[in-house]
Design a protein around this ligand. Structure first.
Ligand code: AMP
Length: 541
C-alpha cells in the first residue's frame, strides 16, 4: 500500500516571503544613502511602495509574464521592485549598469524588457541604447536628479504616489518565472538565467541558514542588486526582518567605511577586490569596523591573507562563499567543520567552501568521467539542484550541460567532507609542459606579499612549454619590489615549475562589470604588445 503525503502543496512564492516580512517585520528599517541625509523607511512603508509600484506598472500595461527591467543601484526603490514585480506575476530583469552599450542592448532585447526603471544617475546610459531597443514601451526614472535625454520620461515618485497602497496579489504557480539575470561572462554574448518563485523561495531559506543571517543584523550589501540578485539577500533579508543599509552609488571605500561606522552595520557582503580596497583604506585611515560581526566574500577566490589581515587588524571574521549566476548563487560556503584545531580551521576557511544542502556537486575529468571526492582528483565542477539552472533563456547551449548537470566552468577538487577547492576557471588554467598551474593559487600567494596590492596571472604562449604564467602585479604605493624578490617569495610557497619568468608591473588590474579581475582584457593587452614584460632567466627544473 502506498501512503500519500498529507501535506498541503501551498506554492513556494516570493509573494509569500513578501507577505511574511511585511506582516511580521513591519518595523525593520531600510536606509538609503544619497547626496543629502540618509533616507529612512521601514518595511511597512516599503511594502506600501511595492503595492503602489505594482498598481502603477499594471496601469502601464504590465501583465503576468511581462518583463520589467531595472537599471539601478542598491536603493529602496530597487527593493520595492524586487518585491512588487515578481509578486504581480511579472518578471524582474536586473540590468548590469556596467555593461557596454552593446551588451546592454543585447540583454534588454534578448530579455524582452517592456518597462525599465532607471536611476537618474545612469539615465544617459539607457538613453544611449534605447533607440536600439524597440520592445521597451516605458521608461520610469528613479530619483530627482537630471535625467538628460530621458528628461521627459515618467518619474517613479510621481507614478507611485498617484496610486493607492493596495494591490490584489495574484495566486501564482511556484514554477512561474520570477526574475532573470544575465551572466557577466567575458566570452560571447551574456547568457540569461531565469529564476522561478520556487527557486528563489528555496534559495532564500538556504541562504538564511548557510549565511547565518539574524533578525538583529544590519546588512550593507555592497554586491550590486544586478549581480545575481545581490546574492539573494534582498529576499532572505526581507524574510528574516533584518535592517537594510543601501549604499546606492556611494561605493568608494571611504564612503563604505563611514557607512559601516555611522549605521552600525553588522553584516556585509562583496567581492574580494572591494574588501581589499576597504582594507587598504583602513590601513591608511584609522577606522572602526567593530560593529561588523560577519563579512561574506565571494564571486572570486578570496586570498587567505585578506581574511587573516581582517582578523588581525579588525577582529573580523570573513567567510568565503562560492556561487554563480546559474546557481542563484549560493553553492558552497566555507564554514569550517566541527572539531578542527585553529590551524586546520584556517585551511578550511581558505578553501572555496562546503557544498550547501540542496545543491548536488560532482567533478568530472575531460572525458566526462566522474572523479572521487578525495581532495586530490581535479576536474570540472558540475552541479544540479532546485536553484541551479537547467537551461539558458532562449539559448540551448548544450555544451554547458552534462547529463542534466550544469558544467560550471570551474576546475577544482572536493574532499570527503564536501569541501570544494577551486583552482581556476577551466579556461584560465595554465597548461605548462603537460602540468597544470593554478593561476588562482599564484595570485593568492603573490597577494600575500606585503608590497603587492593586487596580482592577476594569465597563461601566455611559450615555445618550449606551450604555456607559461605571466604575473601582472600592482604594487602598493612606493613599494620598491622587484620581480626577483617576488619570485624568491613565491619559491617558498609553490612548486618550482610554477614560478613565472614573465612579470609585468601595471597601475591597475582591469576589472569586469562585477569587479572581478578581467583576464580576457589582460590577455588582449599581452597579445597586442601593450604590456611591458620583464623576463627573468628560467628557473632550473
Ligand atoms: P558570476 O556568475 O558572475 O557570479 O560568476 C561566477 C563565477 O565566479 C564562478 O563560476 C567562479 O568562477 C567565480 N567564483 C565565485 N565565487 C568564487 C570563489 N569563492 N572562489 C573562486 N571563484 C569564485
Amino acid at each position: 500500500m502506498t501512503i500519500d503525503s498529507t501535506m498541503s502543496e501551498r506554492p513556494l512564492t516570493i509573494t509569500s516571503l513578501f507577505r511574511h516580512g511585511t506582516s511580521v517585520h513591519g518595523q525593520s528599517s531600510v536606509a538609503t544613502l544619497g547626496d543629502g541625509p540618509v533616507r529612512r523607511s521601514d518595511f511597512t512603508q516599503v511594502a506600501e511602495g511595492a503595492k503602489r509600484l505594482a498598481a502603477a506598472l499594471q496601469r502601464l500595461g504590465i501583465r503576468r509574464g511581462d518583463v520589467v527591467g531595472t537599471l539601478a543601484w542598491n536603493n529602496q526603490e530597487h527593493l520595492e521592485a524586487y518585491l512588487a514585480v515578481p509578486s504581480m506575476g511579472a518578471v524582474l530583469h536586473t540590468l548590469n549598469l556596467r555593461l557596454s552599450p552593446d551588451q546592454l542592448t543585447f540583454v534588454i532585447n534578448h530579455g524582452g524588457d517592456r518597462v525599465i526603471l532607471v536611476d537618474a544617475s545612469v539615465a544617459p546610459l539607457l538613453a544611449a541604447v534605447l533607440p536600439r531597443c524597440p520592445a521597451v514601451e516605458h521608461v520610469v526614472v528613479i530619483g530627482e536628479g537630471e535625467a538628460g535625454a530621458l528628461g521627459e520620461a515618467a518619474r517613479y515618485n510621481e507614478l507611485v504616489s498617484a496610486e493607492e497602497p493596495r494591490f490584489a496579489w495574484p495566486e501564482l504557480d511556484e514554477r512561474a518565472a520570477a526574475s532573470m539575470c544575465y551572466t557577466s561572462g567575458t566570452t560571447g554574448d551574456p547568457k540569461g538565467v531565469v529564476y522561478s518563485h520556487r527557486s528563489v523561495f528555496l534559495h532564500s531559506l538556504a541562504a538564511w541558514g548557510q549565511l547565518e543571517l539574524r533578525n538583529d543584523d544590519r546588512l550593507l550589501a555592497i554586491v550590486p542588486m544586478f549581480h545575481v540578485n545581490a546574492w539573494g539577500l534582498p529576499y532572505t533579508g526581507w524574510m528574516v526582518g533584518i535592517d537594510f543599509v543601501m549604499p546606492d552609488r556611494f561605493l568608494q571605500p571611504a564612503s563604505l567605511v563611514r557607512t559601516i561606522e555611522e549605521e552600525g552595520v553588522t553584516y556585509s557582503v562583496g567581492v574580494p577586490t572591494v574588501w581589499n580596497a576597504i582594507l587598504r583604506h583602513t590601513d591608511a585611515h584609522p577606522s572602526d569596523l567593530s560593529s561588523l560581526r560577519r563579512v561574506v566574500v565571494g564571486g572570486a577566490a578570496v586570498p587567505r591573507t585578506l581574511m587573516e589581515a581582517f582578523r588581525e587588524r579588525h577582529g573580523l571574521e570573513i567567510v568565503q562563499a562560492w556561487g554563480m549566476t546559474e546557481t542563484s548563487p549560493l553553492g558552497a560556503v566555507a564554514l569550517p567543520p566541527k572539531g578542527v584545531g585553529s590551524e586546520e580551521e584556517w585551511e578550511y576557511r581558505s578553501m572555496t567552501g562546503r557544498i550547501v544542502p540542496g545543491v548536488e556537486l560532482r567533478i568530472a575529468d575531460d572525458k566526462g568521467e566522474v572523479l572521487p571526492w578525495d581532495g586530490k582528483s581535479a576536474g570540472e565542477i558540475e552541479v544540479r539542484g532546485p536553484w541551479v539552472t537547467a537551461a539558458y533563456h532562449r539559448d540551448p547551449a548544450p555544451d554547458r550541460f552534462h547529463d542534466g548537470w550544469l558544467r560550471t566552468g570551474d576546475a577544482g577538487t572536493v574532499d570527503h567532507r564536501g569541501f570544494v577547492r577551486i583552482t581556476d576557471r577551466v579556461k584560465d588554467v595554465i597548461k605548462s609542459g603537460g602540468e597544470w598551474i593554478s593561476s588562482v593559487e599564484l595570485e593568492n600567494q603573490l597577494m600575500a606579499h606585503p608590497g603587492v596590492a593586487e596580482a592577476a596571472v594569465i597563461g601566455v604562449p611559450d615555445q618550449r612549454w606551450d604555456e607559461r604564467p605571466l604575473a601582472c602585479v600592482v604594487l602598493k604605493e612606493a613599494a620598491p619590489v622587484t620581480p626577483e624578490e617576488l619570485s624568491a617569495f613565491l619559491a617558498e610557497r609553490v612548486p618550482r615549475l610554477w614560478l613565472p619568468e614573465r612579470w609585468s608591473f601595471i597601475d591597475k588590474i582591469p576589472k569586469t562589470s562585477v569587479d572581478k579581475f578581467d583576464k580576457k582584457a589582460l590577455r588582449a593587452r599581452y597579445a597586442e604588445g601593450s604590456l611591458v614584460v620583464n623576463e627573468l632567466a628560467r628557473a632550473e627544473r
